[in-house]
Design a binder for this molecule. Structure first.
Ligand SMILES: Nc1ncnc2c1ncn2[C@@H]1O[C@H](COP(=O)(O)OP(=O)(O)OP(=O)(O)O)[C@@H](O)[C@H]1O
Length: 806
């Protein structure tokens, strides 16, 4: 922008100069001014006139003495004093100096304005003195006339208008006016018109100049604004500079502190380093000393060893040398001897060779003769060999014949036939014996069954458990065994004391008779001896059911499942018998399962404990084969007698787990050990399938419904129901009506034992008795129930049981 303004000014100024065409001295002055006034103005120009100062007229100036130095003038026109400040722009120095000038103090700027004003002076018509004004247009006109084609007129007019001080011009004018006024008038008019046209041109120029002034004014305003901004920037930079200086100062102080600290650190590190170096030096010296010591010692040691070794080696070497020397001497002497011998031998060999060669010559001649002889002999030898072979074979046949003739062939043949006869007889006898054995076995089974039937297909044994240490001594009931020395079939129980109407106290003795009564002193082995016949029946293919009936704590489990109880004993007997029957052609397989009937549900005592009371099992009967199966229960192959123990343990642990949930589980449920026995006789082709059921019934004590509730009530109802159903089934079987209804289905227990109660089956009931006085009523109830069962007739054998009251 600044540049443009200057250019604009530079472009217009020559135009003005060309149009005004000032005289050369003026032109030269103007040109000098434009360049040099800027340099000289500060020094030569007076201080700027104050705005309020009123300028004096020329007349006034003329009358007054000069007080201040005169401003420079062009053609006698003052160029200082009147100033439009707007002219300062075009006379500024190049942009760098102008920017400096703008930041200068105002006094400098005002001096510049003055210099500008000094140039503006001659241009401004308003500030021009009247004399100057009257002269300038004429000069301008003269200048314009020079440029135009009709320059001659201009020049003449100019000459007419010349100042009166110019004598030449005034003379011409005076002469013309004297004789040609019209022509003069014409010329005047033309001069006037020229003047007018010049005036128009000047006006136009003046407008251009005004425009330029406006541009420069705008430029001045811009520069003022720039100046203000620069000043603000200057202030900001100043403030920043102050801040930076403060920061620099603090940084310097920090740097000084840091350098001090660094110095300290360096010093301490240097000390440490020195210490370490000294220590290291010491250690190094020590190590070096030790190493030298070690080296010295090892050198000494090695030297000693080396010397020892050297001595040894030298000794050995010397010995070796001596030895080698001796050997060498020996070898040399031997060599000399052998050489002599060799030479002698060589001589001898040579002689021998000569003699041999002579012999070879002779032998070759002999060999030819021998070859002829040899071929003759070979022919003879082959003839002899063939005759020898034929002779050997004839000798062998003759020898065999001689041996055969020598042996006692006849007696041997007799012995063989005798032995054969005896063997045949033995085989026959064995066959007969086997047949007899089979017949006897069949007969034994038949007789055994008949015996069992004669004994009754349902039998009742009574067992009284001994009093335990835990039982109170004075609370034992009076129980007698009248025929214990003979049959052991009777038992007498003294009832509770009763008072009659007269107040007399008496006790009633209740006598019972069963198939066998076991007193408290009897042991399990004795008991099993009585039932082993029934176990044998199971092996013979019968269904056998042995169950224990009695109140809680009367010894049912002890009798059935104790280590020497009926179940282990039965299994052991079956094993033994099955093994002995193998000789008779029988082979048995045994499968055992153990179940529980609790609350009319069947549980598998060989199953998982957590499935107890949850898993459902069903009883299925095959009515044609009279076989019973229970769904989903575990069956164990009893291929060794030891397995029964694990079965009993597993069942006991399952029941004990259940007992934590429902108290006294074994008293509250019936357990049934089922042993299935399948036998096959490979000789006779006979087959047998029997089942042995060993049942431990729930406690038979009478339970009052009124005292039980909830789960206990349900248990009580189930037990009472199943026990009474068992009585009903036995009662129905006892009536002996063929095809009569037997209520097996009324309880799970009787339904399960359907094929083991009645019919072809054999049943044994143990009635277990507690010896305690406190259990007397229950004891009597149990004995009465057992008597009813005992009086029941099932099967062909008839028995009469008697109940004696005294
Ligand atoms: N003949 C016996 N000899 C020695 N001890 C016996 C005899 N009979 C039973 N006992 C003992 O008497 C106690 C009760 O016996 P057991 O548990 O067999 O009775 P339970 O009728 O099976 O009872 P529950 O119905 O509660 O199962 C046991 O400690 C048992 O060892």
């Amino acid at each position: 922008m600044e540049h443009d303004s200057e250019n604009a000014y530079a472009s217009r100024l020559p135009q003005l100069q060309s149009k005004i065409r000032m005289p050369s001295p003026v032109k030269g002055t103007f040109g000098e001014l434009s360049a040099s006034s800027m340099n000289a103005r500060n020094a030569a120009m007076p201080p700027p006139a104050k705005t309020g100062t009123k300028r004096k007229t020329l007349a006034e100036q003329g009358g007054e003495p000069r007080r201040a130095p005169q401003p420079p003038s062009i053609n006698g026109t003052t160029i200082a004093g009147t100033k439009p400040s707007s002219w300062n722009g075009p006379y500024r120095q190049p942009s760098t100096s102008s920017s400096v000038a703008s930041s200068r103090p105002s006094s400098v700027a005002s001096s510049r304005n003055i210099s500008s004003g000094s140039f503006a002076g001659p241009m401004s018509t308003a500030s021009r003195p009247p004399s100057a004004q009257s002269q300038r247009p004429q000069s301008a006109m003269a200048a314009s006339k020079i440029q135009r084609p009709h320059s001659t007129h201009s020049r003449s007019v100019s000459s007419l208008n010349t100042h009166p001080s110019q004598p030449g011009a005034g003379g011409i004018h005076g002469q013309r006016s004297e004789f040609d006024v019209g022509d003069r008038l014409e010329r005047m008019e033309s001069v006037v018109s020229d003047f007018k046209s010049q005036l128009t041109g000047v006006t136009t120029e003046s407008d251009g100049l005004r425009e330029t002034i406006g541009i420069y004014k705008a430029r001045v305003m811009e520069l003022e604004t720039t100046k203000t901004q620069l000043e603000a920037k200057y202030d900001t930079l100043n403030a920043d500079l102050c801040t930076s200086k403060a920061e620099l100062t603090s940084c310097r102080s920090e740097l000084t502190a840091a350098s001090h600290a660094l110095e300290d650190l360096k010093r301490s590190h240097k000390f440490q380093g020195d210490d370490l170096q000294r220590q290291h030096q010491r250690e190094l010296e020590e190590s070096r000393r030790q190493a030298q010591e070690q080296i010295y010692q090892s050198e000494r040691k090695h030297t000693t060893e080396r010397e020892d070794l050297k001595r040894q080696l030298e000794r050995a070497l010397e010995e070796e040398r001596t030895h080698h020397r001796q050997e060498l001497q020996t070898v040399t002497s031997v060599k000399a001897k052998s050489q002599e011998q060799l030479e002698a031998e060589l001589e001898r060999q040579r002689k021998q060779q000569e003699s041999l060669e002579e012999e070879v010559r002779k032998s070759r001649t002999d060999l030819a003769c021998e070859r002829d002889l040899n071929s003759d002999l070979r022919t003879k030898v082959s003839q002899s060999a063939s005759s020898a072979i034929s002779l050997e074979s004839s000798i062998r046949s003759l020898r065999a014949h001689v041996e055969f003739l020598e042996s006692d062939n006849k007696s041997q043949s007799n012995a063989f036939s005798d032995l054969d006869n005896r063997l045949q007889n033995a085989i026959k006898a064995a066959e007969e014996a086997k047949e007899k054995l089979r017949t006897e076995e069949t007969l034994r089974r038949k007789l055994h069954n008949q015996v069992q039937e004669l004994k009754g297909n349902i039998r009742v044994f009574c067992r009284v458990r001994p009093s335990l240490k835990s039982d109170p001594n004075d609370a034992i009931a009076r129980i007698n065994y009248p025929d214990s020395a003979s049959d052991s079939k009777e038992v007498e129980v003294c009832g509770p004391e009763e008072k009659n109407s007269l107040g007399k106290t008496s006790t009633k003795t209740n006598a019972f008779s069963f198939d066998r009564v076991f007193a408290p002193g009897s042991v399990n082995a004795e008991v099993f001896g009585e039932i082993s016949q029934l176990v044998q029946s199971a092996l013979d293919g019968y269904n056998v059911c042995i169950f224990c009936y009695g109140q809680t704590g009367s010894g049912k489990t002890f009798t059935m499942s104790a280590q020497d109880g009926m179940i282990p004993r039965a299994v052991n007997q079956i094993y033994d018998t099955a093994k002995s029957l193998e000789e008779k052609g029988w082979k048995y397989t045994m499968e055992g399962s153990f179940i529980e009937v609790y609350n009319e549900n069947i549980n598998d005592l060989l199953g998982k404990p957590d499935e107890l009371d949850k898993k459902k099992h069903e009883i299925r009967h095959d009515m044609q084969k009279c076989k019973t199966t229970i769904t989903g229960i575990n069956t164990v192959d009893l291929d060794s007698p030891n397995k029964v123990e694990s079965i009993l343990q597993s069942a006991a642990s399952n029941r004990s787990v259940a007992a934590t949930k429902a108290n006294e589980r074994s008293s509250r449920s019936h357990s049934v050990f089922i042993l299935k026995l399948t036998g096959e006789n490979s000789t006779t082709g006979e087959k047998s399938e029997g089942t042995l059921n060993l049942v431990d019934l729930a406690g038979s004590e009478r339970l009052s419904h009124s005292q039980a509730a909830g789960e206990r009530l349900k248990e009580t109802q189930s037990i009472n129901k199943s026990l009474s159903c068992l009585g009903d089934v036995i009662g129905a079987l006892g009536q002996g009506k063929d095809g009569g209804h037997v209520p097996y289905r009324n309880s799970k227990l009787t339904y399960l034992l359907q094929f083991s109660l009645g019919g072809n089956s054999k049943t044994l009931m143990f009635v277990m008795i507690s010896p305690l006085q406190a259990h007397l009523n229950e004891t009597l109830t149990s004995l009465k129930f057992a008597t009813k069962v005992h009086n029941t007739h099932i099967g062909t054998a008839k028995r009469q049981a008697k109940v004696r009251d005294s």
